[in-house]
Design a protein around this ligand. Structure first.
Ligand code: PHE
Length: 339
């Protein structure tokens, strides 16, 4: 029996096989266990002769099992050490890294430029009431500008009709209501108009500027815009042209063009081979100042608004506005900014 179990133990090639041998020998109904049990039925003389042999057998098998178990376990460990080696020379798999969307990048650039000029960043809600978006800005209910803006109205019962803001100008109102002049703010953010083609998306980005102080003139406006556009396009030859225009919330109003020229077959800002419109501006209408609870005889100011997406396209040479909002990772990889 001892020889048979010894052979079985030696033949076990894994821990499961070895455990089967243990059960067969020392388990509840194992052969050695049976022998031990049989001791009880023997007469005293036979028992004292057999007992030491059976116990020695049990002991020998238990030792054999333990030894083989150690052996198998260390073999298993050796095998894993040999096969599961970490190969430090393998190339590292690429970790996908995000990048900064050109719109965010340009908003940051603008905030930095205007911070140097003493402008703080102000914010307002994208779901706006029609008083802030229109009425306070001197656009009464019957005004054709409301239709011109292709406004998205928000369904449901509200104290005042709610819209998705059609421009960042309502932030002018919130800024003036919320503080006492002097005031120098920019307000970048999303705006919405029901319009969609190669140059229009239903959501786009604007940045608003507002200065309220004593004795502010259009000269301050022109200097500010010139300084900002030169800094943004990183060229000293940026030329501005102001054309008389109309906005209900500014008087007088001016549309601002920048000069462009052809460089390497591409239209770039700078020089004056031609003109393109980049922003709307003007002196804040006295009625708007009064609507915010300020005295228009004491406080004057200027405001301007421009499209952030447009500015990004002009500076970084992108040609389709819709690509900004497609979420195509290849586009982001190409135009996005590294951290
Ligand atoms: N809110 C105007 C627009 O969206 C731009 C503008 C802002 C014009 C401030 C004048 C002053 O077209």
């Amino acid at each position: 029996l001892a020889a048979r179990f010894e052979a079985d133990i030696a033949a076990a090639t894994d821990l499961a096989a070895l455990d089967a041998v243990r059960v067969a020998a020392l388990g509840k109904s194992g052969e050695v266990t049976q022998l031990l049990k049989s001791l009880g039925a023997m007469d005293a003389e036979t028992r004292s002769a057999e007992a030491p042999k059976i116990h020695a057998l049990r002991e020998a098998i238990a030792n054999g099992l333990a030894e083989k178990k150690d052996e198998l376990e260390s073999a298993e460990l050796e095998r894993r050490l040999a096969t599961e080696r970490v190969d430090l020379s393998l190339p590292v798999s690429e970790t996908p890294m995000g990048s900064i969307h050109p719109v965010s990048q340009v908003m940051d650039e603008l905030a930095e430029i205007f911070a140097d000029l003493g402008f703080a960043v102000a914010e307002g809600p994208e779901i706006e009431d029609d008083w802030h978006n229109f009425t306070a800005l001197n656009i009464p209910e019957t005004h054709p500008a409301r239709a011109m803006h292709d406004t998205f109205y928000v369904d449901g019962e509200h104290e005042r009709p709610m819209v998705l803001r059609t421009h960042t100008s309502p932030v002018q109102i919130r800024a003036m209501q919320g503080s006492t002049p002097p005031l120098r703010i920019i307000a970048p953010g999303r705006v919405y108009r029901s319009d969609s083609d190669a140059t229009h998306t239903p959501m786009f980005h604007q940045i608003e500027g507002l200065v309220i102080d004593r004795n502010i003139t259009m000269g301050h406006l022109k200097w500010t815009l010139e300084t900002f556009l030169k800094a943004f396009f990183e060229r000293d030859d940026v030329v501005l042209r102001m054309r008389p225009s109309y906005f209900p919330f500014t008087e007088p109003s001016a549309e601002v063009d920048v000069g462009w020229s052809m460089e390497k077959g591409r239209r770039v800002v700078g020089g004056s081979e031609g003109w393109m419109e980049v922003l709307g501006s003007g002196m804040v209408h006295p009625r708007v100042i009064a609507n915010c609870g300020l005295d228009p005889d004491e406080w004057q100011g200027f405001a301007f608004g421009t499209g952030v997406d447009r500015l990004a396209m002009l500076k970084y040479g992108m040609d389709d506005l819709r690509a900004f909002f497609d979420g195509d990772l290849r586009w982001m990889k190409h135009y996005g900014f590294r951290f």
